[in-house]
Write a protein of this length. Structure first.
Ligand code: GUN
Length: 283
């Protein structure tokens, strides 16, 4: 019988820990503040940003919401980030992606002060991750490590296969699993014999972006399966990159969609913002 890894419960646990620690910091006169910048009116981004603001409220953080129109120039956005970089009352800065096409995302990410880079997307954060120095970890991969640890999944010495090599999930995920002493294989669109490689995995982490692509032919009996994908189907239901009904019966543990990896991203963002606040205040 497989066990469901309950991301909703675990993310709530983390937010409660952050809330508790935030209340303790208040005694020292410190209150975390997250600035969230949204450019344009992408409906999905509006929902994400709204959820981030709600999480700030829940944890006892201040939040600053910067909403800029679609036609905002790159220079105007960079100027806004500069202002927030220099504002000591702001501990974390997040620019919601994607940005309008006329704005260079790399340039924008690089303009954020690495000490306030709570998304963990700045090259300095990525470099620190790679060489094992303290910094900010990208929220989704860090959330997956928490899911595994809090579900008593042993990582050290295990065969871990990550499908997907994006900068936001696949690459940092692989490095974090390596840091936890797994033997890591990264698969991508040019991988030969994907099924055979996936079948080696004790822990299979799927971030491909194709609905229900992973069926039981890709999964070893008793594997732990983590599904990063989220898709809205024609019948309005949400599904992941993993065909849950097909795969779950042969797993030991599996994350559902929704309610698996998704809720962890915001919980880890809150954790990062608290961490940044403590570092900036040297507590
Ligand atoms: N767009 C989709 N996911 C994310 C995220 O984790 N951070 C930011 N800034 N934008 C996103």
């Amino acid at each position: 019988m497989y066990e469901i890894i309950d991301g909703k419960r675990i993310s709530q646990e983390i937010k409660d820990e952050v809330k508790q620690e935030t209340a303790e910091l208040a005694g020292k006169g410190i209150k975390p503040c997250l600035a969230v910048i949204l450019v344009g009116n992408d409906p999905a981004s509006q929902v994400y940003v709204g959820n981030k603001k709600k999480a700030c409220e829940y944890c006892g953080f201040d939040s600053i919401s910067v909403e800029m129109p679609e036609e905002t120039s790159e220079a105007e956005l960079l100027e806004k980030i500069k202002e927030l970089n220099e504002d000591d009352s702001v501990n974390g800065i997040l620019v919601q992606l994607p940005l309008p096409k006329h704005i260079n995302e790399d340039l924008v990410i690089e303009s954020i002060n690495p000490a306030k880079d709570v998304d963990g997307f700045h090259p300095v954060s990525v470099g620190n991750l790679l060489i094992g120095r303290p910094g900010f970890l990208s929220c989704t991969p860090a959330g997956i490590i928490e899911l595994l640890k809090r579900s008593d999944v042993e990582i050290a010495g295990k065969e871990c296969v990550v499908i997907g090599r994006s900068n936001i999930v696949g690459k940092p995920m692989s490095v974090l699993m390596l840091r936890e002493n797994a033997t890591v294989t990264i698969c991508h669109s040019r991988t030969k014999d994907l099924k055979e490689v996936c079948k080696r995995a004790d822990i299979l982490i799927v971030a491909i972006g194709k609905p229900k692509m992973i069926t039981k032919e890709y999964v070893k009996d008793g594997a732990v399966v983590i599904d990063v994908g989220i898709h809205r189907m024609e019948d309005k239901k949400l599904c992941g990159d993993v065909d849950f009904d097909d795969v779950a019966p042969i797993c030991s543990k599996i994350t559902p969609v929704p309610g698996g990896v998704g809720p962890m991203t915001i919980a880890m963002l809150m954790k990062n913002c608290l961490l940044g606040t403590k570092r900036q205040n040297e507590v």
